[in-house]
Design a protein around this ligand. Sequence first.
Ligand code: FAD
Length: 478
Amino acid sequence: MAPTLKKKVLIVGGGPGGRVSYMVLRNMGFDDAAIVVNEEPTIICSLPYAVGRKLVPEGPEQVVVDMARADRLPPDMMKDVLFGEAVRLDLENHSALIEGGEEPLEVTFEKLILAPGAVPWIPPVPGVLGEGSADGGTWVWYGRELIRRDRLAPNVYSLRGAADARALDAFAEKAKRAVVVGTGAIGLELVEALVDRGLTVTVLEALPHVTSALDGEMAAHLEERLVSRGVTVATGALLAEVTPRGVVLGDGTTIEADGVLFATGVRPNAELARAAGLVVGRGIVVDEAMRTSHPDVFAVGDGAEIIDGPTGKAVLPLIGTLAMRQALVAVSQILGRPMTLPPATPWGVSETLGLHWASVGWTEEAASGIGLPVVGLTLPYNTREPYMALNRKGFWKLVVARGDEAKGITPGQIVGFQAIMEDKSPLFLAERFLDIVTRRETVMDLLNHYFIHSPAHNDVNDPYLQLVFMAQRMFQNP
Ligand SMILES: Cc1cc2nc3c(=O)[nH]c(=O)nc-3n(C[C@H](O)[C@H](O)[C@H](O)COP(=O)(O)OP(=O)(O)OC[C@H]3O[C@@H](n4cnc5c(N)ncnc54)[C@H](O)[C@@H]3O)c2cc1C
């Protein structure tokens, strides 16, 4: 029999969702919790920059979170950290079996917070598996199979944790050529990191254009930038095989490379929850209190699905900042000071070789994919007055629903926003449109959002007003 530990609250997972759950509990004066941590915590979002070294000169070690010393964590946190993996949950008896530490441990709890996150997904093509050199600690999806990382071939990489970043950093040090598979934010951040480290990079994308977070005409600007910086971009490219010398595409093309980096998305790590009998859809199903199908079990972060603000569909947000909000909500419920989280909207913001881009909600292409009739309103954007020396050009795009009564979507509702601009962060716009899209506002509601002009910061043309004019033409005088 494994020794037993009794705690009022048990947290599974040491990523942002789990760590913030622990922090909030302690912050609210609660001190009867344990957190199961199975890998060295890091600031995941900074890992590509740690590999690139431009913004994080000391590399991956600089973003490892030392739980004993981190500014934002309670200084005595280590007393509550259980190193290992929760391998079984018995929800009837409120207990979890933890393995991987010095010896197996049975932890009983009154409330459980699951924060198991997500796991990189790698397409099941030949050559991905092999006698790998990665440490075997954590997981990746190989198609539908959850496998330990040490089953990957030694020239195959992905990026989620500190160990991955160290392996990629070492790869960047010695390699000359790389293939990156996937052109979402993480894929493109990795491309830039490797370019910064002096590698020759080919990036593969199965879709007709890079990054599905942007519509084709917006993504074209990114593609131009990549090519102008010497990156080979292969769109509509189907990976057929990984070989020790590179990759083979579906049309027989071979590309030589010292390593192949997969940035082909993630899938929730919901297997523990599923095995314990919790309801799992695309991710662990939770209500607006982050409560799962068991009244004493909560789930937060990338492992859980949410309700999408603009459409009401179940979606996987896969966003760190949301995981932290969800942690606050779950803990407030447990401590009897309940908060809830309304539907939210996924977003992506990144920078690729000097071009900043943002995407909130649905692209025109994704909306069409779910049968939602939309129209795209695109505006050129100047970062300053057009005649100013430092003016840089960019574009905004709104994705506006034509209306879908069955889905409860009104004509003119803004369901998506995209921006791409040179040398300027679109964060302020993305945050504003995140609220607009989540609150299901229409283009005409833009009139209620005020516009500030200052020549050193932007162009005098009020883009909100221009969008209202465009919408008037479209929706009021069809
Ligand atoms: C390269 C990269 C860049 C990103 N950039 C951004 C960004 O700029 N902004 C943003 O908001 N988000 C970003 N994200 C997404 C963000 O990192 C995730 O949304 C966030 O990490 C989710 O937190 P989490 O706690 O739910 O999951 P995770 O961070 O995945 O942590 C879950 C942890 O639980 C562990 N675990 C799983 N099962 C068990 C078990 N049974 N027992 C013990 N431990 C277990 C996992 O191994 C993992 O360590 C990025 C992600 C990546 C990979």
